[in-house]
Design a protein around this ligand. Sequence first.
Ligand code: ZN
Length: 144
Amino acid sequence: MEGVIEMAGEKPSSTWYHVNDGFFYTVTSRDKTRVYLRCYRKKTCKSRASMPVNPQERNKETFRVLTKHSHDPDFLQEKLVSLKRSILKRCAEEVTPFLTIWNEETARIDSQLMSELSGRLTLNSLRSSMYRARTAGQPNTPKD
Ligand SMILES: [Zn+2]
């Protein structure tokens, strides 16, 4: 696929950009012509990139990686983030028990893919985020 893809990032209001190569970036600043980005793994990776301000001009040629990544591309990241977001969204909006939400959302995913994701995302690892989402979304609802 050509072009720069914009997607919902891991944090609730964050936006990530990528060119389908397994690396993901957040915006740090912009000037008149370029938007400056850095790798979402900013704690361990110093990679930076830039792209044109005008979305029409964004493509693989004008998207420039300025500093190399310190890690391999991650082709599961997009799926992982979208699964996480759909689970946390339901926790915020519904009173459905966490286990039910987890089971229903993971059942939508191809089982081969889910077995690859399960090493990186489990109900236990997500539970505290689920509590936070529910508390933020529904401050007065009893928690399960
Ligand atoms: Zn990186």
